[in-house]
Ligand binder design. Structure first.
Ligand code: PEP
Ligand code: MG
Length: 876
C-alpha cells in the first residue's frame, strides 16, 4: 500500500515535490523544535491519484485516521469530543506558492454538540459560536461553492445592530441557525454534523481546488505545470481570536521591498488570519507587538533569527498567538522585489551565511533587467488608458506621433504610435522615447527593434483604435490626438494619459559609469555580484551592434566585442536610395557605380565601430535580407504610378521601381533570395562590403589602432556556398594593403548547416548560431507572424509554455545546436562558436548555451550586463 500521509515530524524542506512548499516547511520547523501545532500532510501523490480517478486512493482516509489518532493522543483531545473537541485546519499547499488560489477550511470538528464543549473549555461562548459560523461559511463556500455574500449579508446586518462591542453569544448562536438554513436551502441537505465527514469532504475539496479556474489561470501565467497537484496540510487549530492576549500576524526577517535588515510585518490582535485578509480592522506594525505582548515578541524575534540562519535567506512567517502562546503556522523563503534580492544576497555574504557563488543563484538576469530601467512613480497615477504587452522595459513619456516623419521633426520627446511597425519606421523609432503598437507580440518587429535600441515599447495594446490619417487613436470613447502626452510603461505594458513622474535607475547610471559603486546599497550589491559573475563565467559576452554609438555603449556595459553587426542596418534612411540604384542598375557599369557609391559610407561606419571596439573582435555580417525590403511597398508604388498615369505623366523612376518590385516579389521571402544566396547572385555586393571592412581595418591600423574585424556569412546551408563566397572575397582581402588578418566564419541558422556542421567547419574559422532563423526554420514558424496569430492559443492550450523565439527550445532547436557544436569542434578543434540570435540575451537560454559548450553569446547592448550575470550563474 503506498504511503500518502506524513506526520510533520517525518518530512523536511527537501521534499516539497511530495509535501508541497507549505507542508515541507512545516515539517522543517517541527524538526527545528519550533512551536508548530501538531499535524500531518497528505502528499501530492494522493492529489494526483484523486484527480486521475475522481475518488480518494484506496486506504487514504484510513491513513488519515491513523495520523489523526496520533495528534489526538499528543494533545489529549479528540475530534468530535463534545466536552473538549479537537478542531482542525485543512489547508492546501502545492509545490509552488499560489497565493489564495486554492482552498482552506478552518474549525473542522464543530457541530451542534461540540460547540458547547468548545465554549466550556475556552470559557468563551461568543468565540465558540463565532467559530461555528466561520466553519459553516467556509465549508459552504469551499466544499459547495456557495456565494460568500449570502453569509456576509447576514453577518453585516448583525454587526450593524450589535453595537460597538460586536454581537454576543446568543446573537451568534442565532446567526449559526440562519447559516445552517442558508446552507440547507442551497445545498439540499443539512450541514454535516459528523466531524470526520467534514474532514473528508474538506480534503476532497482541497484536491479539487487544484483545478479551479482561477488556479489554472494563475499557473498558466506563472508557468507552473498543471500536473503537479497540491498537498493538503491538516493541523490542530490554534486561535488568535480568543481575546486581547491573542492575535495573528505576518513577519519578514528583512524588508522584502528594499532588503534592509530589521523587523517587518503586521499584527492584528484578537483575530484569525482570514480577518487580516478581509481587512475588517486595520493591522498594526509588527514592532507594536513588543508593547502588546513583549514575551511573545521576543520569542518571535528569536524564531525569526533561527529561521533565517537555518534557511540562510529572507523568510516570511505566519504566526498566531493564542492567549499569550506563540504558534508558527507557516514559513517559506520569502518573495522579494528585484532590488531586495540583490541587497539581501550581498548582505548574507557579508554575514557569512552564504558564499558569493550562492549569492549569484539568489538573483536572476530578469531581476537585473528590471533594475536597469527607470520606473514611473505611480503614487497618484491616473487609471491606465490601456494595457498591452510590456515588450521593452522602461518608462517613457512623450507627445503622441503617428509616423516617422513627425517623430523626427518633433521638438522634445515623443511616443510613436503605430498599428505595427516595419523597417520603414526605424528612423521614427530612433527619434522616439517610446513605441506603442496595437498589434503584435513580444517578438514582433517593434518589440525586437525597440529592445535592441533600448527604447521603451508596449506592443499589442489591442484596445487602441489607431487612425493615423486623422492623427488620433481612441480607446472606448476616449480620443487621444497627435500632440497629447502619454506615459508608457514597458515593464507592465500600461499606457497612461498625461505625464507621470519618472525615477531614474541608479543601477543603470552605475553601469554606464555615471555613479560610483558606493553610491547606495543596491548599487554596491549589483557591483559585487556582477563582478563575481565576470570572475567565474566561462562564456564571453559580446553585443549585437551596428553603429559606433551602440558599440561604445556596449563596451561601457561590459561587452568584450561585437558578435553581430548587421550591415543591412547601414543601408536604411537616406542611403536607401543607393540600394535602389543598385537594384535598378542595368549592366555591369551601373552596378559597379552603385556599389562604388556605397563603399565609402560602409567604410566610414566600420571605422567608427572598429574604433569603439579597439582591441576586441567585431563580427561583421554581410548583407542578409532580401533586397526588395529596401524598396517601397508594392501597394504604395502601385498607387503612385497609377496617380501619375491618371495625370497623364510618365511615372519615371517609380515605374522602374514598380517593375523591380514585381520582378523580385517572392511568396516566401524569408526562404528566398537572401543571405549568402543574395551575395552569390549579385556579384560584387559582398566584395564591396569586404573591401570596406578591410580598408577600414587598414585605416585603423595606420592610425595606431588594433582592429579585429571578422567576416560572417549569413544563411549558409552547404559548405559549397561558403567556399564560393571565400573564392570571391579572399582575393579582395589580399589586395588591401595594411589590412590585418581577418577571420572568416558563418552563421549556423538553417537546419542543414547544423546537420553538416562538420563539413562547414572545414571552411570556417568560426560559427555563430542565428537562433532566430534557426528557430523559424526548425519549427517552420514565421518569426514575423506567429505572435499575432496562433501563439496565444498554443500558450493557452499548453502546447507551448513560452515562445521558442524568446527562450531557446532545448529539445528541438537545442538538439541541433549541440550536434553542430560537437561536429564542428570534432572537425576543427579551434573553432570559435557564438550565439547571436535574440536568445543570446535571455538568461535561461544562456544557461543552455553554457551547457552546450559555446564560447560566447551576443545580445543587444542593454542586455549585456544581464548576460554577464546569467553567464556567471551558469558557471557556479
Ligand atoms: C538570427 O537569425 O538569429 C540572426 C541573428 O539573424 P537575423 O535576426 O538578422 O536574421
Ligand atoms: Mg538570421
Amino acid at each position: 500500500m503506498p504511503k500518502y500521509v506524513y506526520d510533520f515530524i517525518e518530512g523536511d524542506r527537501g521534499r516539497a515535490d511530495l509535501l508541497g512548499g507549505k507542508g515541507a516547511n512545516l515539517s522543517e520547523m517541527t524538526r527545528l523544535g519550533l512551536p508548530v501545532p501538531p499535524g500531518f500532510t497528505i502528499s501530492t501523490d494522493a492529489c494526483r491519484a484523486y484527480l486521475a480517478t475522481g475518488a480518494p486512493p484506496d486506504g487514504l482516509f484510513a491513513e488519515v485516521n491513523a495520523h489523526l489518532r496520533d495528534v489526538e493522543a499528543r494533545l489529549d483531545r479528540r475530534l468530535g469530543d463534545p466536552r473538549d473537541p479537537l478542531l482542525l485546519a485543512v489547508r492546501s499547499g502545492g509545490r509552488y506558492s499560489m497565493p489564495g488560489m486554492m482552498d482552506t477550511v478552518l474549525d473542522i470538528g464543530l457541530n451542534d454538540s461540540t460547540v458547547g464543549g468548545l465554549a466550556a473549555h475556552s470559557g468563551d461562548a461568543r468565540f465558540a459560536w463565532d467559530s461555528y459560523r466561520r466553519l459553516i461559511q467556509m465549508f459552504g463556500r469551499t466544499v459547495h461553492g456557495l456565494p460568500a455574500e449570502d453569509f456576509e449579508r447576514e453577518l453585516e446586518a448583525l454587526r450593524a445592530t450589535a453595537g460597538p462591542a460586536g454581537p454576543n453569544a446568543e446573537q451568534l448562536r442565532d446567526l449559526v441557525e440562519t447559516y445552517k438554513k442558508i446552507f440547507a436551502a442551497q445545498v439540499g441537505h443539512e450541514f454535516p454534523q459528523a466531524p470526520h465527514e467534514q474532514l473528508y469532504l474538506a480534503i476532497r475539496s482541497v484536491f479539487e481546488s487544484w483545478n479551479s479556474q482561477r488556479a489554472r489561470l494563475y499557473r498558466h501565467q506563472e508557468h507552473i505545470p498543471d500536473d503537479l497537484g497540491t498537498a493538503v496540510n491538516i493541523m490542530a487549530m490554534v486561535f488568535g481570536n480568543l481575546g486581547p492576549n491573542s492575535g495573528t500576524g505576518v513577519a519578514f526577517t528583512r524588508d522584502p521591498a528594499s532588503g534592509a535588515p530589521g523587523v517587518y510585518g503586521d499584527y492584528l490582535a484578537n483575530a484569525q488570519g482570514e480577518d487580516v485578509v478581509a481587512g475588517i480592522r486595520n493591522t498594526v506594525g509588527l514592532p507594536e507587538l513588543a508593547r502588546i505582548d513583549p514575551v511573545s515578541y521576543r520569542r518571535l524575534l528569536e524564531i525569526m533569527a533561527t529561521l533565517e540562519r537555518h534557511y540562510r535567506d529572507l523568510c516570511d512567517i505566519e504566526f498566531t498567538i493564542e492567549r499569550g502562546r506563540l504558534w508558527m503556522l507557516q514559513t517559506r523563503v520569502g518573495k522579494r522585489t528585484a532590488a531586495a534580492a540583490f541587497v539581501i544576497a550581498a548582505q548574507l555574504v557579508d554575514e557569512g551565511l552564504i558564499t558569493l557563488d550562492e549569492a549569484l543563484h539568489r538573483v536572476t538576469g530578469a531581476q537585473l533587467a528590471q533594475l536597469m530601467f527607470p520606473a514611473f512613480d505611480l503614487a497618484g497615477a491616473p487609471r491606465p488608458l490601456a494595457v498591452g504587452l510590456g515588450a521593452s522595459p522602461g518608462a517613457a513619456v512623450g507627445r503622441v506621433v503617428f509616423d516617422s516623419a513627425a517623430a523626427e521633426a518633433a521638438d522634445g520627446p515623443v511616443i510613436l504610435v503605430r498599428r505595427e511597425t516595419n523597417p520603414d519606421d526605424l528612423p521614427g523609432m530612433i527619434a522616439s522615447a517610446g513605441v506603442l503598437t496595437s498589434r503584435g507580440g513580444k517578438t514582433s518587429h517593434a518589440a525586437v527593434v525597440a529592445r535592441g535600441m533600448g527604447r521603451t515599447c508596449v506592443c499589442g495594446a489591442d484596445a487602441l483604435r489607431i487612425d493615423a490619417e486623422r492623427g488620433e487613436f481612441t480607446v472606448g470613447d476616449r480620443v487621444v490626438r497627435a500632440g497629447e502626452v502619454v506615459s508608457i510603461d514597458g515593464m507592465t505594458g500600461k499606457v497612461y494619459p498625461g505625464e507621470l513622474p519618472v525615477r531614474p535607475s541608479p543601477v543603470a547610471r552605475y553601469l554606464a559609469g555615471e555613479l560610483a559603486p558606493e553610491a547606495d546599497p543596491l548599487v554596491v550589491a549589483v557591483h559585487r555580484l556582477l563582478g563575481h559573475a565576470d570572475a567565474v563565467r566561462r562564456l564571453g559576452v559580446r553585443a549585437n551592434a551596428d553603429s559606433g554609438a551602440d558599440a561604445r555603449l556596449a563596451r561601457r556595459l561590459g561587452a568584450t566585442g561585437i558578435g553581430l553587426c548587421r550591415t543591412e542596418h547601414m543601408f536604411l534612411g537616406a542611403r536607401r536610395e543607393l540600394v535602389e540604384r543598385l537594384i535598378l542598375a542595368e549592366g555591369p557599369d551601373e552596378v559597379t557605380a552603385a556599389l562604388d557609391a556605397l563603399l565609402p559610407l560602409q567604410r566610414a561606419d566600420f571605422v567608427e565601430i572598429l574604433t569603439a571596439m579597439d582591441g576586441l573582435p567585431v563580427t561583421i555580417r554581410l548583407i542578409d535580407p532580401p533586397l526588395h525590403e529596401f524598396l517601397p511597398p508594392l501597394h504604395e508604388l502601385t498607387a503612385r504610378v497609377a496617380r501619375a498615369e491618371a495625370r497623364g505623366e510618365d511615372p519615371g523612376r517609380d515605374g522602374r521601381l514598380l517593375r523591380a518590385v514585381r520582378r523580385m516579389h517572392e511568396a516566401n521571402p524569408m526562404l528566398g533570395l537572401r543571405g549568402v544566396r543574395l551575395g552569390l547572385m549579385i556579384p560584387g555586393l559582398f566584395a564591396m562590403q569586404v573591401r570596406a571592412i578591410a580598408e577600414a581595418a587598414a585605416q585603423r591600423r595606420r592610425d595606431g589602432g588594433d582592429p579585429r574585424p571578422e567576416i560572417m556569412v549569413p544563411l549558409v546551408g552547404d559548405v559549397r556556398e561558403l567556399r564560393a563566397v571565400r573564392a570571391e572575397i579572399e582575393p579582395v582581402l589580399a589586395g588591401v594593403p595594411d589590412a590585418p588578418e581577418i577571420l572568416l566564419g558563418t552563421m549556423i541558422e538553417v537546419p542543414r548547416a547544423a546537420l553538416t556542421a562538420g563539413e562547414i567547419a572545414g571552411a570556417a574559422h568560426f560559427f555563430s548560431f542565428g537562433t532566430n532563423d534557426l528557430t523559424q526554420t526548425v519549427w517552420a514558424f514565421s518569426r514575423d507572424d506567429v505572435e499575432g496569430s496562433f501563439f496565444d492559443a498554443y500558450l493557452e492550450r499548453g502546447i507551448l509554455e513560452l515562445s521558442p523565439f524568446e527562450r531557446i527550445d532545448p529539445v528541438g532547436v537545442g538538439r541541433l545546436v549541440r550536434l553542430a557544436v560537437a561536429e564542428g569542434r570534432a572537425a576543427q578543434p579551434k573553432l570559435t562558436i557564438g550565439v547571436c540570435g535574440e536568445h543570446g540575451g535571455d538568461p535561461d537560454s544562456i544557461a543552455f548555451f553554457a551547457d552546450a559548450g559555446v564560447d560566447y553569446v551576443s545580445c543587444s547592448p542593454y542586455r549585456v550586463p544581464i548576460a554577464r550575470l546569467a553567464a556567471g550563474r551558469a558557471a557556479v
